[in-house]
Ligand binder design. Structure first.
Ligand SMILES: Cc1ncc(COP(=O)(O)O)c(C=O)c1O
Length: 357
């Protein structure tokens, strides 16, 4: 057994990375697309990749898309473009810790909204609108990080209608959409939007590998053009070689083949985690994730997951305590990343945590 079995990082274990396919795509990209791949580009990045992404989302064209160096950068650019200190911003509770940090740096006024089994409580947003305008709603709609839940279609439609009615922007932060274990998730809010209120972000970190650092923004032409100009002023273009490699993976079908392989392995890991929790930590309650990377467990009202995380790290099974994903509270909760642990190690990892609980 390895010394460390880590549930901490939202990253795939090495066996989920399609190294041969990437090697092959890189060789093809350098043979057939080297002039684009090895030159400066423009702010939107590789134009062929933007076109492919636009088609995948059924958008009019490449001018609705800009490629970024990962989707975290996409979010950071979008926040800096749209927000000022004091703006009221809805964040889900819990939410992705890096998003919370970025928004905190801008000095926004947080409006925390609880997550339910079918995603965020849209009624709470309606109530918050009664006490003043909202500038932005940040949503992770599918296989949430860290909560594992998925926003229902009905709530998506209500949220898009509210955005139209009240003039706020929805930031649809969606890197896990392509990783369902069963049914496909409901349509994107981007596809429901008829009034230019939704900006969508996604990434190839979970469908190819995090190291390719290829993410994107997709949405209305005007804000995309404005942000692409800022990108160009700051770094000329995102990585064109990585863009060319990802495009080759997309065109050759290797991307979709990899998504199919990864989904099967992730589902095996989720099932192994659920079985191990039943065996070693039966007090844990959770919403069963229908896809993606994460399971968010509550260990009951007496639990202190911050202290437990320190002991679990010593025991060789680190995880991130719930407090990291909350503006307030979260002491009884923890996030398991099952993407980072091969199925055959999951039982031992959970047993290690349970042995110090
Ligand atoms: C919800 C969410 N958004 C954005 C990111 C950033 O991913 P990347 O920058 O690798 O595309 C992550 C990564 O875990 C995430 O979970």
């Amino acid at each position: 057994m390895p010394e460390t079995i880590s549930f901490a990082r939202g990253a795939p274990s090495p066996d989920l990375i399609p190294v041969e396919a990437v090697r092959h795509a890189a060789a093809t990209a350098l043979e057939q697309d080297w002039k684009v791949a090895l030159s400066y580009g423009v702010g939107i990045g590789h134009p062929g990749l933007c076109e492919w992404i636009a088609e995948r989302h059924d958008l009019p064209g490449a001018s609705n898309v800009m490629v970024t160096n990962g989707s975290l950068e996409a979010g950071a650019m979008m926040f800096r473009h749209l927000l000022e200190a004091g703006d009221r911003v809805v964040v889900e509770q819990p939410s992705y810790d890096r998003t919370l940090l970025l928004l905190e740096q801008i000095g926004v006024e947080f409006i925390p909204v609880a997550l339910e089994e079918d995603g965020l409580d849209v009624g709470a947003i309606e109530r918050a609108l009664e006490s003043g305008p909202i500038k932005l709603v940040h949503v992770i709609p599918n296989f949430h990080n860290p909560a594992g839940c998925t926003l229902s279609e009905e709530k998506r439609r209500r949220l898009v209608d509210l955005a139209t009615e009240h003039g706020f922007t929805i930031f649809e932060d969606d890197p896990y959409r392509e990783l369902p274990f069963g049914e496909d998730p409901p349509p994107t809010m981007l596809s429901m939007d008829t009034t230019d209120r939704v900006i969508h972000a996604s990434s190839f970190s979970k469908t190819v590998s995090p190291g390719v650092r290829m993410g994107y923004l997709a949405g209305p032409e005007e804000p995309i053009a404005e942000m692409a100009k800022v990108a160009n002023e700051n770094y000329i273009s995102p990585n064109m070689l990585a863009g060319s490699i990802v495009l080759e993976l997309a065109h050759s079908g290797a991307l979709d083949r990899n998504i199919e392989t990864v989904k099967v392995k992730l589902q095996e890991r989720r099932d192994a985690l659920v079985a191990a929790l039943g065996k070693h930590l039966p007090e844990a309650t959770f919403v069963l994730p229908g896809g993606g990377y994460f399971l968010w467990a509550d260990l009951g009202e007496d639990a202190d997951t911050v202290a437990l995380a320190a002991r679990a790290k010593e025991a060789g099974a680190p995880f991130i305590p719930g407090t990291d994903f909350m503006l307030d509270g979260g002491q009884t909760k923890l996030r398991f990343s099952f993407a980072s642990v091969p199925a055959e190690l999951i039982d031992e990892g959970v047993a290690r945590i349970a042995s110090v609980a």
